[in-house]
Design a protein around this ligand. Sequence first.
Ligand SMILES: Cc1cc2nc3c(=O)[nH]c(=O)nc-3n(C[C@H](O)[C@H](O)[C@H](O)COP(=O)(O)OP(=O)(O)OC[C@H]3O[C@@H](n4cnc5c(N)ncnc54)[C@H](O)[C@@H]3O)c2cc1C
Length: 325
Amino acid sequence: MKVFENISLKPYNTFGIDVKARRVVVLEPGDDLSGKWKVESGKCLVIGAGSNMVFTKDYEGTVITLSKTFHLSPFTSHLVTAWGGMVMDDLIQWTLDHGLYGLENLSAIPGTVGASAVQNVGAYGAEAKDFIERVEAYDLQERRHCTFSNADCHFAYRDSFFKHHPGRYLILRVTYRLSREFVPNLSYKALEGLPHDTAQQLREAITEVRWNKLPRPEEHGSAGSFFKNPVVDESTYLRLKAEYPDMPDAHRSDNGYKLSAGWLIDRAGWKGRTQGRAGVWPKNALVLYNADGCSGDEVRALAAAIQQDVKQKFGVALDPEAIII
Ligand SMILES: Cc1cc2nc3c(=O)[nH]c(=O)nc-3n(C[C@H](O)[C@H](O)[C@H](O)COP(=O)(O)OP(=O)(O)OC[C@H]3O[C@@H](n4cnc5c(N)ncnc54)[C@H](O)[C@@H]3O)c2cc1C
């Protein structure tokens, strides 16, 4: 365990926002969590790789983060248990190298194993929830270890039980149930025509497609998709489709019609625009980025302007996917 006092969080968030934290605790696999350190209730933030966070001010509490050490527990033929701090993409490569399939469509999503369960990360027709068997966490409030089954996690679109209890559960390990047989998941339209003879081929093709339309964190800071795709009722969808026939068809789900937030923002004229030192990525209107050393407040102001404009033009509310702190 390492403890740092009063340090910059710039290396701890992919937006590259320079705020300070009063204390940062970095944990290693095997560290004993019981009783050695205390966090004040409500003053604790868990950070993975900070790839879905926007800091708007200094953090006056304790940040807890897990080291990015590559660490797996002994695994059985289908179940792989990974340390929460591991880089998710490193785990995915490891699974394919060992003939374990399923996670390939989630390739190149920035962030850690622990956050994959908090966020229920998803891309190209797959979501983490499809593979998570169990989550082992440390309850920072009750100071005890606990285990969650897939059902206990209450997974939904970019959502989970953990998202509703911020600062309480520190996810130490996630177990994924994978397959020994590679069955390519090509359900997502954008995957049509991509090579998929092997899982490795599909992974590499998906990685290339992703980085063609997303800013690379080492070049331009961002949190990936800034907004969730909004879900609207049938009458709203039909009204918009009649008014904007070029609008992509909605994805129908149990709670309504999921629209493309990127299309709405693009159609409202925001793609490629900057406001202050924050901007809308020219190749993907869903991504806000750090154009030139921006502050979190500039990102927040840009997001608010987009939300207001989309609401006014289409009557649709956009909710941020990124966590604003
Ligand atoms: C360029 C880019 C592209 C992206 N593309 C996608 C995409 O295609 N699909 C997608 O779903 N997301 C995407 N994202 C968002 C991001 O990658 C995911 O949300 C990812 O899961 C965040 O991982 P992280 O480790 O950085 O988590 P953080 O941003 O650090 O944290 C996210 C949340 O998880 C909590 N958390 C993190 N680790 C733990 C832990 N060990 N225990 C308890 N709580 C924890 C945090 O408190 C916070 O609430 C993208 C981001 C970027 C920058």
